[in-house]
Design a protein around this ligand. Sequence first.
Ligand code: B12
Length: 216
Amino acid sequence: MEDELQIAMADLDEEKTLLLVEERIKAGYSSVEIIETCRRGVEIVGEKYSDSHYYLSDLIMSEEILKGVMRVLEPYIPTNNTVQGPSIVMGTIEGDIHDLGKNIIIYLLRSSGYKVHDLGVDVKPERFIQAVNETNASILGISVLISFCVSSIKRVVDLLDEAGMRDKVKVVVGGYPVNQEVKEFTGADFYANDVTEALRIYREILGVEEGSVSEF
Ligand code: B12
């Protein structure tokens, strides 16, 4: 079902999007619900770009609006200042500079007290291995939005195997083009292409009960 906020986001109507976000916060919607609705709106922006109805400048505009949404939401996201759990490494794979989704997940995890090492964007497979080693991370999250970059994720998993580190770290892949097929091709343990599923996976790996990471 089409949603007013999703449509405002897809139409790149910044004023209306931010107004609706404020309204939903007041109405008691969770940050996760609001982010997910906006993500679906941005997905439509991507489809319109593919159909040549939108231009690159429109993709940039959607980035600006989504950042604005996050600025409005941040004060309402509960924070837990007690550092807990194992180290998590995250980054966007080589060749890909998309980072909005990755940054949202990192923000939510850090707000719950998890230690996340953000490697940024366009991260080479070797750098992921080095970071897992340096931080002794037990979860490696890799974001990908450009389909042809998926093969570099397989390279990360292969390198982990070669280094004898595969059993020590759970690999989670996330992003728009990710699905069961991508999970199987890359050899990752989990995949998520929305915020709800991403948090469910982290809760499962971390063994977190409802009421902790789930309280977003
Ligand atoms: C905004 C945007 C941009 C912005 C990015 C800004 C930024 N700082 O990230 C800009 C304008 C820079 C951009 C550039 C380009 N883009 Co662009 N972009 C988008 C757009 C519209 C939205 C992406 C987004 O931010 N979504 C919102 C976030 C919240 O959602 P998300 O990323 O999916 O993340 C969520 C989940 O997937 C998940 N998640 C994400 N990462 C991770 C990681 C882990 C570990 C986990 C567990 C979960 C997880 O949780 C997040 C929260 O819900 C998409 C369309 C789409 N359908 O995604 C196209 C899209 C990804 N872009 C596309 C393209 C082609 C490009 C360009 C090549 C365009 C060009 N000609 O230059 C360049 C890429 C350059 C490069 N080398 O990377 C294509 C990719 C096609 C493909 N499948 O290969 C898309 C799909 C548009 C389209 N339909 O054609 N883009």
